[in-house]
Design a binder for this molecule. Structure first.
Ligand code: HAM
Length: 418
């Protein structure tokens, strides 16, 4: 075939799409119960929006953004993530003037020019949520409780919550210094990128995937040992709330996350079945970002779920179940086909999924199609049935059957023969 989707970019179509729809519906239900409302932000933004927020020395900004000049010569970027556009929208539209907290969720495609592999794509979808205006660690716990409810509704239980605190502007510099000291006699062993990171942003060394760097950082100091009093209290309160809510978690002191805007709480939800790209969700606090963007000082926290990784976990579970038609109407002859069309139209207006046989296919092949679709009921209309204004019905799962007059075929038939 001459035309192909671009590398790392894929189509989503039936039956896979059903798992996606289940996830989106479940997210909307669960997130609404926690007070989050949908927000839709653009797919494309000024490049500065991402550089300022994600950080100049992150992999995303350095290597992975789809950036180009538009026809007027403006530097623009396809969003690599959703937090920065939501923060830009929050400030631009003065949403901070509305009663606090403001809580939003979003879903849609993100773009990162990464090396594609299992669970890592160049266009991928996220469902994310962001809450603005609350510094109380209760909301950190609430967000993790929301994720737990969401995953449980989807039937997923084998997930781990990994937790860390990255401190704040007060305490992080001393940690940065400790990392510089720790790596000072190991610089030669670091990869090229990490040698640069050592100078510019040593925390990023903890995020490097190169085996040599992973080995060298085995005994690095932990951020949690450098937290100031307030950050410590925040972290301890969060942990006590998680215990109260019976949300299991693992402390992962080396988790630094690939974006620079985080402060205090950071977390990842991981699943061993996912292989090396094992984070199905990631997020944390970004208490300084709104202010850094020119808005009023506003604490904030959020997360994003990777849809491809999540739906791949659902494939084996019953949540990914494919929907089936309620009725298949198989007909023989022109007049029966007209009657079938009329009945189908009536049932569809009631919101039921009805399939029809079309001209050119024998009764036998129509019934084969009904079987393939796993229709709940088959209605058969031929000459005899037309003469009596009745259809034969059959339930495909248990083989029960009977007759029903045309004018009685309504959705209520399903409730009397569930
Ligand atoms: P992130 O860790 O960059 O965080 O991405 C969140 C999730 O998106 C990952 O855990 C993963 O499931 C999925 N993901 C990321 N990159 C890819 C990829 N190339 N292919 C497939 N899936 C991917 C953020 O994006 C932050 N905006 C999250 C956040 C919201 N923090 C605060 N608020």
């Amino acid at each position: 075939m001459k035309y192909k989707a671009l590398k790392g970019i894929h189509d989503i179509y039936p039956p896979e799409i059903h798992a996606w729809q289940t996830v989106e519906k479940t997210a909307a239900e669960v997130f609404s119960a926690f007070g989050y409302q949908e927000i839709r932000v653009p797919i494309i933004e000024s490049t500065d929006v991402f550089i300022r927020s994600i950080g100049e020395t992150t992999d995303i900004v350095e290597k992975e953004m789809y950036t180009f000049d538009d026809k007027a010569g403006r530097r623009v970027t396809l969003r690599p993530e959703g937090t920065a556009p939501v923060v830009r929208c929050f400030i631009e539209n003065h949403l901070y003037n509305l009663p606090s907290p403001q809580k939003f969720y979003y879903s849609g495609p993100m773009f990162r020019y990464e090396r594609p592999q299992a669970g890592r794509f160049r266009q991928f979808f996220q469902i994310g949520a962001e809450a603005f205006g609350v510094s109380d660690p209760k909301i950190d716990a609430e967000i993790l409780a929301m994720l737990k409810t969401f995953f449980e509704k989807l039937g997923l239980r084998e997930l781990n919550v990994e937790l860390n605190s990255l401190g704040c502007k007060q305490c992080r510099p001393s940690y940065r210094k400790a990392l510089i000291d720790f790596f000072s006699d190991k610089i030669q062993g670091l990869c090229q990128d990490c040698r640069r990171r050592y100078e510019q942003n040593p925390l990023r060394i903890l995020d490097c995937k190169v085996e040599g760097c992973i080995q060298l950082r085995k005994h690095t100091p932990r951020m949690t040992g450098f937290l100031c009093n307030e950050c410590s209290l925040h972290f301890e309160s969060l942990i006590s709330y998680l215990k109260l809510l019976k949300i299991p978690f693992l402390l992962n002191p080396n988790m630094v996350r690939g974006l620079d805007y985080y402060t205090r709480t950071t977390f990842e939800v991981t699943c061993e079945h996912l292989g090396s790209q094992n984070a199905v969700t990631a997020g944390g606090r970004y208490d300084r970002l709104v202010e850094d963007f020119g808005g009023p000082s506003t604490p904030a926290i959020g997360f994003a779920i990777g849809m491809e990784r999540l739906t791949s976990l659902l494939k084996e579970s019953s949540t990914g179940k494919i929907p089936t038609p309620k009725f298949f109407i198989a007909t023989h002859g022109d007049r029966a086909a007209q009657e079938g069309l009329t009945i189908a139209n009536r049932l569809r207006a009631e919101g039921l999924w009805v399939e029809l046989g079309y001209a050119g296919s024998s009764l036998k092949s129509q019934l084969r199609r009904a079987d393939r679709l796993s229709s709940q009921y088959v209605l058969v209309i031929g000459d005899d049935e037309l003469a009596q204004a009745k259809a034969k019905w059959k339930r495909l799962d248990d083989g029960t059957q009977g007759e029903i007059s045309f004018d009685q075929i309504h959705g209520s038939f399903l409730s009397s023969n569930p």
